[in-house]
Design a binder for this molecule. Structure first.
Ligand SMILES: Cc1cc2nc3c(=O)[nH]c(=O)nc-3n(C[C@H](O)[C@H](O)[C@H](O)COP(=O)(O)OP(=O)(O)OC[C@H]3O[C@@H](n4cnc5c(N)ncnc54)[C@H](O)[C@@H]3O)c2cc1C
Length: 412
């Protein structure tokens, strides 16, 4: 039976990055992916701030396009921020995952595509993993550490999905469409988000530029309870059609791909990031900003930290991964929880009027403050926007009074 120090199941950004880090440290690692190619499972809008490219040393070859403008529309409000500098990238998700896997093999690790994880069991202090190679009989491999990087499926850490009363989940669908030059130009370098019932009830939709003449148009819907959400696919697709037909004014278009997926599951009570020598990363531990659906940067950060703890474990400095869980809890969990609470409020509780109002507050902020709110959960900045709007209203009111009284309109 073949043996590895570490087996990572799932070659998404989290699994790929974790394997890359371990292979780079000379650790015998196997990265396993159920799909036979990276294109076969290419779903993520993959918009990310520039920090992701720098922090995880990603090359420009994984970038679809760059963005420097943010536009958010609600039912009655439209706000726009533009920077003279590049703010982030829309990644080519397949290329990102292919690049990470390539780094693994380059550094001596193994990558097995077309191998589905079936089960694992303990044997003599090690773990035996059963895999199903595509079109062949199952095989077994041995490992000292097993990593669950299966994304929202989280198949290893939660073999049977557990539910809780305030379960929070979502579904996202995205079309990759080909458009003419002028439509592409009108969407280039811009992340566009749409909020409110008119655009996507209980969720949000988006238009991102991918590469010249290709746009990613998608919508996500959240649920407070675990439901059989397939029924809602038509509703989500309707929202995408609305963007294409009513917003982009395209009657006929060429759809190259459609991706659909469960988004994220809130960890909440099921706050388990490890069991014995099994450790979970990425979407499998809900390493996600629920508000904007941003998971690549967070997933890769959890992978980076996990790879450090795995090396400590292999060097017998830890007997389990409790320290990894504590690290994630202290450093990241509070912000993931804040984003989950904010997403529940905005997408499940708020009326369209409230969303309009929130966007108006956000609209009075500088671009850097908006990025702080949306990407770094600094919601307290919104109070600054509320303050600015109130001050402006008060100034207007005061000016009117002075004018009516025939006094100079200048405010000292
Ligand atoms: C529609 C949509 C839009 C999104 N937009 C953005 C965005 O704009 N920006 C952003 O940062 N994030 C976005 N995200 C979230 C982001 O894609 C995820 O957070 C990120 O991909 C999580 O990475 P991961 O490696 O944890 O899991 P995943 O990327 O889900 O990878 C898990 C891998 O495990 C494999 N796998 C699962 N089960 C098995 C098994 N039994 N055996 C073998 N392999 C298995 C899967 O095939 C998959 O390749 C979006 C997600 C969706 C669905």
């Amino acid at each position: 039976m073949k043996s590895f120090d570490v087996i990572i199941v799932g070659a998404g950004p989290a699994g790929g990055h974790c394997a890359r880090q371990l292979a780079g440290s000379g650790i015998p690692v196997l990265l396993v992916e159920q799909h036979q190619t990276f294109e076969a499972n290419n779903f993520s809008s993959a918009a990310t701030p520039m920090e992701t490219l720098a922090q995880f040393e990603l090359p420009e070859s994984v970038v679809g396009s760059f963005w420097n403008q943010l536009v958010i529309l609600s039912t009655h409000v439209r706000k726009q921020w533009k920077s003279s500098e590049v703010l982030g990238a829309v990644l080519n998700f397949a290329k990102l995952r292919e690049f990470l896997a390539g780094e693994v093999t380059k550094q001596g690790g193994e990558v097995w595509l077309g191998h589905r994880y079936l089960s694992h069991s303990s044997q003599d202090g090690e773990t035996v993993v059963r895999l199903k190679p595509h079109g062949k009989e199952p095989i077994a491999v041995r490992t000292r550490v097993l990593v669950d990087a299966t994304g929202a499926a989280r198949s290893l850490i939660y073999p049977r999905r557990q539910q809780r009363p305030d379960f929070f989940t979502g579904i996202g669908i995205e079309y990759l469409i080909q458009v003419d030059d002028s439509t592409y130009q009108s969407c280039a370098e811009t992340l566009r988000f749409f909020l409110g019932r008119h655009w996507m009830p209980q969720g949000y939709s988006w238009i991102f530029p991918m590469t010249p003449n290709l746009l990613k148009v998608g919508a996500a819907r959240y649920y407070s309870q675990h439901q059989i959400v397939q029924d809602n696919y038509p509703a989500i697709k309707q929202s995408i059609e609305l963007l294409i037909k009513d917003y982009l004014h395209i009657d006929e278009y060429h759809r190259l791909e459609t991706h659909g997926s469960n988004l994220y599951y809130s960890s909440g009570l099921q706050d388990i990031y490890y069991r014995d020598n099994l450790i979970a990363i990425g979407d499998a531990v809900s390493a996600v900003n629920f508000l904007g659906g941003e998971g690549i940067r967070h997933g890769m950060a959890s992978a980076q930290i996990a790879s450090e703890y795995i090396q400590e474990y292999l060097g017998d400095r830890f007997s389990d991964f409790a320290a990894y869980q504590t690290h994630l809890h202290q450093k990241f969990k509070p912000s993931w929880d804040i984003s989950e609470r904010a997403a529940k409020k905005v997408y499940l509780d708020y009326s369209d009027r409230r969303i309009d109002q929130g966007l108006a507050y956000l609209g009075s902020l500088e671009l850097s403050e908006v990025i702080d709110v949306l990407f770094y959960y600094r919601f307290e900045k919104i109070t600054k926007g509320v303050g600015r709007i109130l001050r402006r209203k008060l100034t207007g009111f005061w000016q009117e009074i002075r004018q009516r009284l025939g006094l100079s309109s200048r405010i000292s």
